[in-house]
Design a protein around this ligand. Structure first.
Ligand SMILES: [Fe+2]
Ligand SMILES: [Fe+2]
Length: 217
């Protein structure tokens, strides 16, 4: 018998999807459903046992994306994480923090470490990312609803490399190279806008670049 690692399965995930549809705009849900599809495809290659948690994380990753900045600040303050001076210049990263904070109280049936940490780090990344954190981060970048040139280019890079035919070791190398490209694209876009770059993004990128240098050049 197949024993799932998680206390939720298809029925609970279907019910969650129906609840999430009610809590966001159609546009946001269209993206959310596309991330769920993409993270399922990615997890099938790397960690099929984690598909239930990653589908849930995809459904919950942007549940607070449409909140305004004062609402984010109020949630962060309630959890003792009031933004410090200057953090509001990176307000686009708030929703990952607030969504992760709200999961235990709003969606207690899905409050597990794999779900919460994938949601928490899906926007900035961080040093020492787990595999499941990396897969949600990437799925959010290359889901089929995204038509920005960088997203299309990264989606093509990953899937045109035919990861299905690779060994697991080759897949991890391909994932690392894809993630490095994604961080480089993100940082270039932020630089072109004179925007603040999260230290977590820089640390995540540097760690992967060092891994690549030590292993493969
Ligand atoms: Fe997001
Ligand atoms: Fe997203």
């Amino acid at each position: 018998m197949n024993q799932s690692k998680y206390p939720f399965g298809d029925a609970e995930i279907t019910a969650l999807r129906e609840r999430v549809i009610e809590e966001m705009s159609p546009k946001r849900f269209h993206h959310t459903a596309a991330v769920e599809d993409m993270v399922t495809r990615l997890a099938t290659l790397f960690c099929p046992e984690d598909i239930p948690a990653l589908r849930v994380a995809a459904l919950l990753h942007d549940i607070t994306k449409e909140y305004d900045v004062p609402t984010h600040k109020a949630i962060l303050t309630r959890f003792g994480q009031a933004p410090e001076a200057g953090e509001e210049y990176a307000y686009k990263t708030f929703h990952a923090r607030t969504a992760a904070l709200l999961i235990p109280e709003k969606y207690p049936a899905f409050n597990c470490e794999t779900v919460v940490s994938a949601v928490r780090w899906h926007t900035t990344g961080r040093a020492g990312m787990t595999l499941t954190e990396k897969l949600l981060y990437l799925a959010d970048y290359i889901d089929e609803s995204r038509l920005f040139p960088d997203c299309v280019r990264l989606r093509s890079f990953f899937w045109n490399g035919s990861p299905e035919g690779m060994t697991m070791e080759e897949r991890h190398t391909h994932l690392r190279r894809t993630l490095i490209m994604s961080y480089d694209m993100t940082m270039r876009a932020l630089l072109s806008e004179d925007a603040v770059i999260s230290p977590d993004t820089a640390l995540a990128r540097n760690e992967l670049v060092l891994e690549e240098l030590m292993c493969c050049r």
